[in-house]
Design a protein around this ligand. Structure first.
Ligand SMILES: [Zn+2]
Length: 682
């Protein structure tokens, strides 16, 4: 059997059409616009509360402005022009008047009132709309059209207090559906399992009649998702990384520099060989959709995803001739660039020997309280994870990400070191895989209150890892304290200084058979300058190391990542880099470029692909427009004999020095994409 189409990366283009856009619309013109965007797949408006074909089902509302069979025509036009046709389906909401006609299709508050999403009633997952009508929709479309994929928008199980849901949840969890604002592990796991079981049925149903049709579940926050489980069911992983300037006011999304990289790397981990569909919306405001995102900001995000193997997937509201079309040219030019260099953007092989665990359990049940962007008042896993990723990136190490909830020893074995950033909640299964990894010679670096709770946030009474056999205990504050530097090598890296500043929460795990550095001095309760004499060898270590079987474990029982994420403390990457270098040696990239320049390096069958991305922005302001940087030298460990700029005609002159090649970049605008060619022909 030939390989499914989604095993090749595709550039998807999506018009998020308003219903009124259907007036006088020639569907073939949309495919012209997708072609102009160098797309090889088109994501079309399709089915659900706004249906774009003449359905015979009363469970769908045909767009009142629809003329003819939009969906059939657009699919034909796409296929004629060589594009795949993916259909957008939304079963999360219904029309207001369906509430009176089919009241038990919809979710209910505890007092019986319907729950609304954007003024539309939210559908109940246990009701007939999901259980029967969703399948009827798919059946009808599959009978009429040749569809290459279904994109399920806003797919999650909404909280519902209807009698049916209450009974189902009680039977499964032994408890009622939690009140609004309350989250419980039992209910959240039920939601995840219910969604996974439902979508498995959807996938099997579609594949039974159309095996070449891809199933793509999507929710912008993955609310109520088990990431690994849903990725296992999906044919293609999809996620949002739009990074609007003004984030979603209802459920704040992560406004963060490495969002596209994070999503691309997570997808690589769970679905190797299938490029993800990362949605980049063309909006500057999450809520005011029709305002264009600044072009440079969009391109910076697109290239970051592409550098990790995720093709561009812009989504624009309406047609290309928008009332605010300012981002369109940047989108089009970027897609053309990507299409022109498609062969360099496929089959990228990770060079990472470092992995970082992303712990959804810690986000859900730790201090972040389930917030996608973390809790600004309390540092949890989100800030720690981001800071650790930023430090590793600034140190110029390639790094992979591993989602929690099903980590295996085999997947860990690819890495020399695995970083566990404030993984306060860790399941027994993930812990067993980590222990086996360390026993077999692996190295882990844990930070913060590692292993304080199990995967459901229940306090542990025994240490979770044999490699780090202690609980973190209770924290104390290090505001006004110092870390005394003991190891001469680390002191030397830091220019011979005696100590570095400390802050935030600090734990003191009682680890036997361990060694330590970064001994705490203080905190000083009298911080008057007349009395701040930093004396003594220090007490508890802020860096604890211990051997375990063939491997090794380190614990930094404070929030090195979160402190760096928020304050950019320059000594902290040096501390982390000192540990990493002992395990994996020097990074494969060396450059005098500022930390604002992000380097992404992958192996390719013809050599390597290097990206230099300019993340420079005004202090304390989001990235709006590129601030060009003056030149710098770059050294890369590489077998290249020749280099070629993919994004411009600028020549790149290589100089070899041992196993490194050197070149100079005279100026960096938004990004530079450089093919490092292993032979003179490629
Ligand atoms: Zn219900």
């Amino acid at each position: 059997m030939s390989e499914a189409w989604w095993h090749q990366p595709v550039r998807v283009f999506q018009h998020l059409l308003r219903e009124r856009d259907a007036i006088g619309l020639d569907p073939a013109a949309l495919i012209d616009e997708a072609k102009a965007m160098s797309a090889d797949a088109y994501l079309s408006m399709g089915a659900g509360f706004s249906t774009w074909y003449p359905t015979a089902l009363s469970s769908q509302q045909v767009n009142p402005h629809l003329q003819g069979d939009f969906l059939g025509t657009v699919i034909d036009a796409a296929h004629r022009r060589g594009l795949r046709a993916i259909v957008r389906v939304d079963i999360s909401k219904g029309r207001a008047d369906w509430l009176t006609r089919d009241p038990d299709w919809f979710t209910r508050d505890v007092d019986g009132a319907p729950r609304l999403i954007w003024e539309m009633p939210q559908t109940c997952a246990t009701g007939a709309f999901w259980q029967r009508e969703a399948f009827a929709m798919l059946d009808e479309m599959l009978a009429r059209y040749r569809i290459d994929g279904f994109f399920f928008n806003y797919l999650n199980v909404g909280r519902c207090h209807c009698a049916r849901c209450e009974a189902v949840v009680r039977a499964a969890t032994g408890a009622a559906v939690p009140q609004s604002g309350e989250r419980t592990p039992g209910y959240e796991r039920w939601r995840q399992d219910y969604l996974a079981a439902f979508f498995t049925r959807v996938r099997d149903f579609v594949h039974a009649s159309a095996p070449g049709t891809a199933l793509i579940p999507y929710h912008h926050l993955r609310d109520g998702w088990s990431y690994r489980t849903m990725a296992g069911i999906a044919d293609i992983v999809s996620a949002q990384c739009s990074n609007p300037v003004v984030v979603n006011p209802i459920d704040p999304q992560p406004q963060w520099t490495h969002w596209a990289a994070e999503e691309a790397l997570l997808a690589r981990a769970v679905k190797p060989g299938v490029a993800p569909m990362l949605v980049h919306s063309g909006s500057a405001f999450f809520a005011s959709r029709q305002t264009a995102i600044p072009g440079d900001r969009l391109v910076r995000s697109l290239i970051q995803g592409a550098a990790h193997g995720a093709p561009p997937m812009p989504a624009i509201n309406g047609r290309l001739a928008l009332d605010d079309p300012r981002a369109v040219a940047a989108m089009r030019d970027f897609a053309r660039f990507h299409a022109r260099n498609a062969r360099w953007y496929r089959d990228l092989t990770s060079l990472a020997r470092i992995a970082v665990l992303r712990s959804q359990d810690s986000i859900d049940w730790g201090p972040d309280g389930g917030r996608a962007a973390g809790d600004a008042r309390v540092h949890g896993h989100v800030a720690e994870f981001r800071g650790v990723y930023e430090m590793i990136t600034a140190l110029r190490y390639p790094c992979d990400l591993l989602p929690d909830g099903g980590v295996t020893r085999e997947e860990l074995a690819r890495y020399a070191v695995v970083v566990l950033p404030a993984v306060s909640c860790l399941s027994d299964d993930d812990a067993a895989a980590l222990d086996a990894y360390v026993s077999g010679g692996g190295v882990v670096i844990a930070t913060g209150d590692f292993g304080a709770c199990d995967g459901d946030g229940r306090r542990r009474t025994r240490a979770v890892l044999s490699a780090l056999p202690a609980l973190p205990g209770a924290p104390r504050s290090l505001g006004g304290a110092y870390f005394r530097l003991v190891y001469p090598e680390l002191q030397e890296i830091l220019g011979g200084i005696p100590h570095v500043g400390a802050d935030g929460a600090f734990w003191s795990p009682a680890l036997a058979d361990s060694e330590g550095d970064l001994r705490v001095v203080g905190p000083f309760s009298n911080n008057a300058p007349e009395f701040t004499i930093v004396e003594g060898a220090g007490t508890d270590p802020g860096l604890i190391g211990r051997r375990h079987d063939a491997g090794r474990a380190w614990w930094l029982p404070w929030r090195i990542g979160a402190l760096h994420h928020h304050f950019a403390i320059p000594e902290y990457p040096a501390v982390l880099g000192h540990l990493l270098a002992q395990v994996v040696g020097a990074p494969p990239i060396r450059t005098a470029a500022p930390p604002a320049v992000e380097c992404i390096l992958y192996a390719h069958r013809d050599g390597e692909l290097l990206h230099l991305i300019n993340n420079a922005a005004l202090q304390s302001k989001p990235y709006i427009a590129t601030i060009a940087l003056a030149g710098f030298d770059v050294a890369v460990t590489s077998r290249a004999v020749r280099a070629r700029r993919l994004d411009s005609d600028m020549p790149v002159t290589l100089r070899r020095d041992g196993n490194e090649i050197w070149f100079r970049l005279d100026r960096l605008d938004t990004f530079a994409a450089i093919a490092l060619c292993a032979d003179s022909e490629s």
